[in-house]
Design a protein around this ligand. Structure first.
Ligand code: NAP
Length: 277
């Protein structure tokens, strides 16, 4: 099984689970909980949420799902940039912990660059680490210039990940952000790895997947985690989608398939600004 390692010590399967929009529709809640639990059983133990998602509703669903299996889960949440002052970060984390029904997060991210000085947010992350409320911290939606600023901030080199948009149709990070993360020694967490399901209806992808006896989702996910240092967090609200996606953990794509995917979805040929959803 492919894995990634956070902070040089926590090894986690390279396919996790997202949770954006979970909890928004009460009639879907039981399916969402069953899906998250099945995903963990199948090895997708990293679960990503955020205080922003449904203003805490996603964290509540995730909390309910993981209650019987907390120790099996690598739990990730995020603080909103506007809350990321020193005191605001600590308050936001405590509110997330309460909604999630747990005493600790495995990874706590700044959702995107915001108005508060990075050093203030980092100091709050360090205080939360000392208090045992978070194990690691990281960032999300940080472009190369944001990462340069982070790395030159006090304590910034302890960043455990940058969570960014990455899939076959959003390959911009391959030009600079991904190689830089490798050099700095932390994994990239790929969000919207199937482009919120829009990728799945691309005929060329479907045809190539079918030739390989895979589904388009399995091919797209296996592609994201084809190299070390990449973890993908697809969101699936049904057990059948989770079971389908989990198979991508076992798929190794041949050089020929990777070349064909490069032809269909070309890699970047110049630097571009980081795309955001
Ligand atoms: P995504 O994972 O690319 O796609 C989710 C969509 O794909 C859902 O509609 C889901 O439907 C569908 N789906 C999943 N598996 C499928 C399958 N095998 N066959 C057909 N449809 C399938 O998009 P995302 O939710 O935007 O991104 C994933 C996670 O990344 C989020 O949930 C969130 O945790 C995180 N994220 C972070 C940021 C950030 O700014 N840091 C931004 C966006 C997302 P069902 O629910 O019906 O299964």
């Amino acid at each position: 099984m492919k894995t990634v390692t956070f902070a040089q010590k926590d090894e986690v399967p390279a396919l996790g689970q997202g949770s954006w929009y979970m909890g928004d529709e009460p009639s879907r809640k039981a399916d969402e909980i069953a899906s998250l639990r099945r995903g963990v059983e199948l090895g997708m133990t990293l679960i990503d949420t955020a205080e922003m998602y449904g203003s805490g509703k996603s964290e509540r669903v995730v909390g309910e799902a993981i209650a019987p299996m907390r120790d099996d889960v690598f739990l990730v949440s995020k603080v909103l940039p506007f809350n990321a002052s020193h005191e605001g970060t600590i308050e936001a984390c405590e509110a997330s912990l309460s909604r999630l029904g747990t005493d600790r997060l495995d990874l706590y991210l700044l959702h995107w660059p915001g108005p508060h000085p990075l050093e203030e947010t980092i100091a709050a992350f360090e205080a939360l680490q000392k208090a045992g409320k978070i194990r690691h911290w990281g960032v999300s939606n940080f472009d190369l210039n944001d990462m340069t600023e982070l790395m030159s901030s006090q304590g910034g080199d302890q960043v455990a990940t940058n969570q960014v948009l990455y899939n076959l149709t959003r390959r911009g990070i391959e030009w600079d952000l991904l190689p830089q993360a490798r050099e700095d020694g932390f994994p990239i967490m790929a969000y919207s790895p199937i482009e919120q399901a829009r990728l799945l209806s691309k005929p060329d992808l479907a045809s190539l997947a079918s030739d390989l006896s895979l589904t388009p989702a399995q091919l797209a996910l296996a592609w994201v985690i084809r190299k070390s240092g990449l973890v993908a967090i697809p969101k699936a609200g049904t057990v059948s989608h989770v079971e389908e996606n989990a198979r991508a953990l076992e798929v190794t794509l041949s050089d020929g398939t990777l070349t064909e995917l490069d032809r269909l979805f070309p890699p970047p040929t110049r630097a571009t600004s980081l795309a955001i959803l």
